[in-house]
Design a protein around this ligand. Structure first.
Ligand code: PEP
Ligand code: MN
Length: 339
C-alpha cells in the first residue's frame, strides 16, 4: 500500500504516521520526492481501511498495490481450485452441468426432470425450495418439503442436489440435506449469511450480485473462505444494465477476468441472464468459449405451467439438444465434460 502525503507536510508528521503503521507490524519505507513524500507499507494490508487512513489531514491519497482479498487471490494460490461433488468435477480443466427446474413443485415434477437431465448428461440437480421472489405474493417455494422432494429425486437418480439458502436459520437443515449450497444474487452481500456458510462443510455456489463488481463478488467469496470453507464456486448470472430486451446482460468478460483474479472455478447461468429459453443455447456456447467451468441451466417438464421462470426454462428435449452442443464446445475448449 502506498500513502501519498500532502505537499509541504512536516517530516515529524510523516514520521508519526510511519510509526503508527510500524506499531501495527508493517515495515514502512519513506521516500521524499520533490514537493511530496510517500510511505510504502509492506505487510498484509488486507485489514487496512483506505477511508480511515485518508482521514489523516496530511494524507493526499492512498493506493492499494495489492488486492484486498487473499484466500481467493490467484497470486497466492496459482493453481485452479477443483471442486468434486459425486461425479461432478468443477475447475482445473473439468466441466460439469447443473440442471433442473427453477423451483421444486411436486414429487412427480422433480423426479421426472431429475431423470431426464441425468439421462441427458447433467451431473448435478438444481431446484429451489426457498425462493427469493421480487413480490411477496409470488410462489415462495415449498420450503423444507421441497428439500425432501429433492432428496427423493437424488435417491431416484444419484444426482447430488444444489439449492438456495436464504436464511442463516436453515443452515443446519442444509448441512444435513443438501450437497451444494447456493447463495443467490440478491444475497451476495448478506455478510452474516456468508459467514454462516463459511462454517459449513458443503461447497458453496456463490452467484454474482445484480450490480456487483468483480472485486465485490470475490470479496464475498473471501468472506466465506475466511471462515474456513474454501470450496466456493462462482456463478456469473447476468447483471443489470440499461438494456431491457434481456432479463439481465450476461457479462462474458467476467469469466476470463475473474479466473485471472482468482483460482476459484467460475460457472455460468445463461437462463437467468437471458430470461428467454431460446437464448440459453447461444449464451451457453459463449460461456464455454470464454472459459466457464460449468453451466447451470433451468429445465422444466412443462414450462408454460411452471410456478417460476417458465419463460427461460428448457424442456427436457431441448436440454438434451443443448447437451450435444455443450459436449462439442467443451471438447473444443480443451476441457473434460464430467457426467
Ligand atoms: C435461481 O437460481 O433460481 C435464482 C433465483 O437465481 P439468481 O439468484 O441468480 O437470481
Ligand atoms: Mn429461476
Amino acid at each position: 500500500m502506498v500513502i501519498v502525503m500532502k505537499p509541504g507536510t512536516a517530516q515529524k508528521d510523516i514520521q508519526a504516521l510511519a510509526e503508527e503503521f510500524e506499531a501495527k507490524g508493517f515495515s514502512v519505507g519513506i521516500t521524499n520526492g520533490v514537493g511530496c513524500s510517500i510511505l510504502g507499507l509492506v505487510g498484509d494490508t488486507t485489514s487496512l481501511d483506505i477511508d480511515k487512513i485518508s482521514i489523516n489531514p496530511h494524507v493526499e491519497r492512498v493506493v492499494r498495490v495489492q488486492e484486498p482479498y487473499k484466500k481467493a487471490n490467484r497470486k497466492f494460490h496459482p493453481e485452479d481450485t477443483v471442486i468434486r461433488i459425486g461425479n461432478a468435477v468443477i475447475g482445473g480443466g473439468n466441466f460439469s452441468m447443473i440442471a433442473g427446474p427453477c423451483s421444486v413443485e411436486s414429487e412427480a415434477q422433480i423426479v421426472e426432470v431429475a431423470k431426464d437431465v441425468k439421462a441427458a448428461g447433467a451431473s448435478l440437480l438444481r431446484g429451489g425450495a426457498f425462493k427469493p421472489r421480487t413480490s411477496p405474493y409470488s410462489f415462495q417455494g415449498m420450503g423444507e418439503d421441497g428439500l425432501n422432494l429433492l432428496l427423493k429425486a437424488k435417491a431416484a437418480t444419484g444426482l447430488p442436489i444444489v439449492t438456495e439458502l436464504m436464511s442463516p436459520k436453515y443452515v443446519d437443515l442444509f448441512e444435513e440435506k443438501v450437497d451444494v449450497v447456493q447463495i443467490g444474487a440478491r444475497n451476495m452481500q448478506n455478510f452474516d449469511l456468508l459467514k454462516e456458510v463459511g462454517r459449513m462443510s458443503k461447497p458453496i455456489l456463490l452467484k454474482r450480485g445484480l450490480s456487483s463488481s468483480y472485486e465485490e463478488w470475490i470479496m464475498s467469496a473471501e468472506y466465506i473462505m475466511s471462515e474456513g470453507n474454501e470450496n466456493v464456486i462462482l456463478c456469473e448470472r447476468g447483471i443489470r444494465t440499461f438494456e431491457t430486451y434481456t432479463r439481465n446482460t450476461l457479462d462474458v468478460s467476467a469469466i476470463p477476468a475473474v479466473k485471472r483474479m482468482s483460482h476459484l472455478p467460475v460457472i455460468v447461468d445463461p437462463s437467468h441472464a437471458a430470461g428467454m429459453s431460446w437464448m440459453v443455447e447461444p449464451l451457453a456456447m459463449a460461456a464455454i468459449a470464454v472459459g466457464a467451468d460449468g453451466l447451470i441451466i433451468e429445465v422444466h417438464n412443462d414450462p408454460p405451467h411452471a410456478k417460476c421462470d417458465g419463460q427461460q426454462s428448457l424442456t427436457p428435449n431441448q436440454f438434451t439438444g443443448l447437451m450435444g452442443k455443450v459436449a462439442g464446445m467443451v471438447h473444443m475448449a480443451g476441457k473434460t465434460l464430467c457426467r
